[in-house]
Design a protein around this ligand. Sequence first.
Ligand SMILES: Cc1cc2nc3c(=O)[nH]c(=O)nc-3n(C[C@H](O)[C@H](O)[C@H](O)COP(=O)(O)O)c2cc1C
Length: 346
Amino acid sequence: MENKYTRELPIKTTSFPYKPATMLAPMEGITNHPVRTAISAIGGVGVVCTEFVRVSVAELKPKEVRSIMRPTEGVPLSVQIMGNKPQLMADTARKFSEAGADIVDINLGCPTARAVKGNVGSAMLKDPDLLFDVLSAMRKNISGLQSAKIRAGFDNADHTLHIAEAVEAAGVDFIVVHPRRRNDFYEGVADWRIIGMIKERLKIPVVGNGDIWYPSDAARMYKECGCDAVMIGRGALRNPWIFKQLEDQSDWQPSPEEVFAYIDGFMNDHLNEFEGHEGGVVKRAKENWRYLCQLFVDGNTVGREILRQQTYSDFRNALQDFLESKKRDDFDFFGHLKLKNSGSGI
Ligand SMILES: Cc1cc2nc3c(=O)[nH]c(=O)nc-3n(C[C@H](O)[C@H](O)[C@H](O)COP(=O)(O)O)c2cc1C
């Protein structure tokens, strides 16, 4: 399909503007401020992202903007907004830009029925003219960087290059590509070839995302797709040390005590977040533990009794007992044990 959009603004950078060239993916309900802080404190994270902020009816109040704008020391913050009204999105982008967001990102990938019904998130991939208008309006109000996070089309990946061209033409500084269609949700395998095709076509930096479970996957994505940076989501919840392992290019891994200290640390931060309300802390800790369990070969069954604990102290004690019973070699940070046992690295 011929590109009908033209970019009027110069391209600020053709390489990813942050070091390390890595991003912790936005994950609604999970990557809140304590989790972003805990993962980036380990090291190797180039950019952290807020969960998406729905912008559908009215402008956000200053208090709402402040509660979303929670930077993590030393790591640039990307604020992700989701909506389809050009003026409202532009006004909201200005608020976050003025509040100090390093990057204002638009969500063009949310696959939920609610997003599709509201014609936002992945639904906007069906309408490149609309997303061009929304992104162009936002551009005028963003003094830092602007980015867009796309999927490989709504129900047909043939349009992905066309969508990416519309994003670039609107003046965006870099694009993040999760190469699954909306209809795939999180099923199947992310088709990295699409990241490579977009990289070949666009001049702005391209960030590859999807199915990076091990540091070696990230190295393979850089090599196979030629992308400028990688974004890691579920792989970083399973292994929050993945960014550090990537940066150091080493097979260093934490001891069971260090794994416990990581979870204990962010539980403490959640206590402040939830103003001492322990039920909320245990709920959050369990969500994260479900991912961390996948560090064990029998991840779907191991450590499950911990999930049955109801109180903060029971959860913490069960976790400590469990991790004290483990050796460093029981953790499968690099996928070798799973490969040996199941023939699958994931
Ligand atoms: C629980 C969950 C919540 C997510 N929330 C968001 C979100 O708020 N914004 C967004 O752009 N993507 C969201 N995603 C998608 C991820 O950012 C990422 O694109 C996807 O998980 C693929 O990357 P991965 O294989 O590294 O996890 C979410 C994914 C999961 C699993």
